[in-house]
Design a protein around this ligand. Sequence first.
Ligand SMILES: CC(C)(COP(=O)(O)OP(=O)(O)OC[C@H]1O[C@@H](n2cnc3c(N)ncnc32)[C@H](O)[C@@H]1OP(=O)(O)O)[C@@H](O)C(=O)NCCC(=O)NCCS
Length: 411
Amino acid sequence: MVTDHPRVRVLEPDELRASTDLFRTAVHGTPLDDDGWRRGGSRHVPGRTLGAFEDLPAGGGTAAELVGTAMSFPCRTAVPGGAGVDTAAVSLVGVRPDRTRRGHLSALMRTQLADVAARGEVLATLRASETGIYGRFGYGIATRGRKVRIRAAAALRPDAPGGGTVRMVPLDRARTELPAVAERLALQRTGGMTRFGRWWPAFLEGYGPAAEFRGTAVHSGPDGDDGWAVWTVDAGDGGDTIRVLDLHAADAGASAELWRFLLGMDLVADVTGGLRPLDEDLSLLLADPREFRVEGLADETWLRLVDVPAALGARAWGDAAPVVLRVHDRLLPANDGAVRIGPDGPKPVEDTTAADLECDVDALAMAYLGDRRPSELVTAGWWRAHDDAAVARADTLFATPGVVPWCGTFF
Ligand SMILES: CC(C)(COP(=O)(O)OP(=O)(O)OC[C@H]1O[C@@H](n2cnc3c(N)ncnc32)[C@H](O)[C@@H]1OP(=O)(O)O)[C@@H](O)C(=O)NCCC(=O)NCCS
């Protein structure tokens, strides 16, 4: 572990519970009791949780107190072309509310990025509580999701896809059956990520002090289990709301069958989903398309290209004449430079003044998985174009035809 900051170090195993409680305090939660810690604590990986310390008054003198924390766990991210790229999933980031705006997060982020780079992990990914925090550390929005609501009892069209069997599974079986399907489907879609085994217990039982209700169902098709759904229920006067926390399937038939099951449940008013893929248009499946409503659009994956050459080398590229892209990275100087990107991938360019296009590393992440086209990023001022003809070529090179990137894992 690289720790070049005097106030930041790797936490010892017996400090991890305090780190989790600190994070929970930062997000206005309560400390965990033993049962909550059993579930929530499972996410820490030895050597990957950092603490920031500050000397604070104590008993007439001063003592170094834990005031900030950030952890990461290893996973892989599916990039255009299908490769699974080593990634650090960053989570449990928080600074004690009385010690904010003193540079603790900056020290944690710098230390963590250096550590991730030293581990050879090519990308870092996170989910942001607020949009103003992570851009300065090189993270950009790389996938987005939609908040959707469907009136329960909405019927699917008779000729909508479907088939196979949906079965509810009790929690003890869900703990093994869901990770097994998830492992197979994790990288099938650009933007998808593998799920660290110890991510599951907190997700399936709730992150809070008390275990929360989770409904779980698995879909089986001709080749066995090929999809699943996890939901919770919010009680309401006019019927309950099924809140879908997780729904993934190998194909359109399995996906439609899982939605058909959820919509057909008794005593339910609405079914909602929080960060569903932008191209999951359930109105096409319903007899009455108005029973599907899109209620919002939100950022999902915040991605950091930690090793830009390796990240660019890992993905597939479209067919166009090359462009030279100047990438700026204030925090990781090895990424700062120019690269020629063509259908065969990236090649370093010595002369950084010869660039057709220019962007900061956070804005490169916005195009990396195909969520944003270079031309729209130029128009919006995220990228700068020195050669207008190169913009259309960059669009073709970065394009992921027919694929809308989406992750579908919250951590
Ligand atoms: C977000 C949080 C971690 C920031 O920690 P911090 O130690 O105050 O951050 P720093 O002092 O290192 O700030 C670094 C920079 O980010 C800015 N910044 C920090 N938090 C910000 C926020 N929430 N919104 C916008 N800017 C923010 C600071 O102003 C500073 O800017 P500067 O470099 O131009 O001076 C902390 O406020 C916190 O714990 N918030 C609640 C929990 C949370 O949201 N955690 C993130 C979960 S994804």
